[in-house]
Design a protein around this ligand. Structure first.
Ligand SMILES: NC(=O)c1ccc[n+]([C@@H]2O[C@H](COP(=O)([O-])OP(=O)(O)OC[C@H]3O[C@@H](n4cnc5c(N)ncnc54)[C@H](OP(=O)(O)O)[C@@H]3O)[C@@H](O)[C@H]2O)c1
Length: 321
């Protein structure tokens, strides 16, 4: 497993991270969750991503239990705040009260005294940006959070935050967490250039498009048993990618992956890691075998000819805006 620096910071992350959205505390049992975390650690993954809101806060507890006993210095723990974690007006968003309270709750569930990266899960237009940034900075100064990141912010929101943090002497934002895959390239036009300029890198989610880029979903066929598309929380999220024209184009990636000596999932993870502004691809897994397969994408270089073949096959089904 190779490591990269996160933004212009001293924090090293494994270029493939493990995330537990949909799976821990929801789709899979605690035993399977622990097996996936163990497989990730065995394969050299050191970076783990979760969020307060996943599985109604249960995902953080499952991850905290799975990592119990592992030397804290040997892994990087990332979580997020924004989406509602309770019924109250202050149980959501990026106001000071919720940020500080949710950070403390995450620390308890994750069974640790510090988070390596604390991320604003979305932008909150209802709160002054200065308030949000000051709350994050106070957590850094208190030693509860080591670095600050955002997720799915626009180029303009990121640029504003960098300017305000600089003016007020706050700790810098070092990362953005957007969706990015061969099928979903919206960050390339504006977010990546703005982040490169600001010394911010991407830690990207759904690099295999929630399983779609494995090719296991066939056009016109029911999804394979036990897969994310079959039901539960995941089915709604994956549905927008499950169009026949997308699934048909994805099947045409098979010979490209085979010629490169990679599985489809490995090709998809390797593809996002070709972008130098990407520090890490966050993979999800419902089974340890998936982790073991997908980590082999670390360190793979894809030739320009391979990238061109991918673009040709997917032309017409890629989301760019
Ligand atoms: N910041 C945000 O707003 C945001 C949003 C979403 C996700 N994320 C982060 O990104 C992480 C990853 O997201 P994701 O789970 O959508 O990523 P993904 O890696 O694109 O998809 C993972 C899913 O694909 C299937 N899969 C994985 N490897 C496979 C293989 N080799 N063969 C067949 N199927 C395979 C599994 O689902 P099945 O086995 O169930 O089919 C697995 O759970 C999350 O855990 C979270 O940390 C962040």
């Amino acid at each position: 497993m190779k490591h990269r620096r996160l933004g212009r910071s001293g924090l090293a992350v494994s270029e493939i991270s493990y995330g537990n959205w949909i799976t821990h505390g929801d789709q899979i049992e605690a035993e399977a969750a622990t097996a996936c975390v163990r497989a990730a650690l065995d394969e050299g993954i050191t970076t783990f991503d979760t969020a307060d809101v996943y599985a109604g806060t249960r995902a953080e507890s499952v991850l905290g239990d799975a990592l119990a006993g592992v030397r804290r210095e040997s892994y990087e723990l990332f979580t997020k705040v924004f989406w509602p974690t309770g019924p109250g007006e202050n149980d959501k968003g990026l106001g000071r009260k919720h940020i500080i309270e949710s950070a403390h709750a995450s620390l308890r569930r994750l069974r640790t005294d510090h988070l390596d990266l604390y991320q604003a899960h979305r932008y909150d237009p209802s709160v002054p940006l200065e308030e949000t940034l000051r709350a994050f900075d106070d957590l850094v100064r208190a030693g509860k959070v080591l670095y600050v990141g955002v997720s799915e912010w626009t180029a303009e929101q990121i640029t504003d935050a960098v300017r305000i943090a600089g003016d007020l002497g706050f700790d810098r934002i070092i990362s953005n967490q957007p969706q990015y895959s061969m099928l979903w390239r919206t960050i390339e036009a504006e977010v990546v250039p703005a982040c490169e300029q600001a010394g911010i890198s991407q830690i990207v989610w759904s690099p295999i498009a929630q399983g779609v880029l494995t090719g296991k979903y066939q056009p016109g066929q029911p999804p394979p048993q036990g897969s994310r598309a079959t039901g539960g929380a995941g089915a709604g999220f994956i549905s927008r990618l499950m169009r026949d024209e997308v699934l048909t184009a994805v099947q045409e990636l098979r010979p490209i992956a085979a010629d490169a000596g990679l599985s489809m999932a490995q090709l998809a993870v390797a593809w996002v890691l070709q972008n130098p502004n990407v520090s890490s691809a966050i993979i999800g897994a419902s089974r340890p075998e998936q982790v073991r397969e997908n980590v082999a994408a670390s360190g793979v270089t894809l030739d320009p000819a391979v990238l061109k073949r991918i673009d040709d096959v997917l032309a017409g089904v890629v989301t760019t805006g």
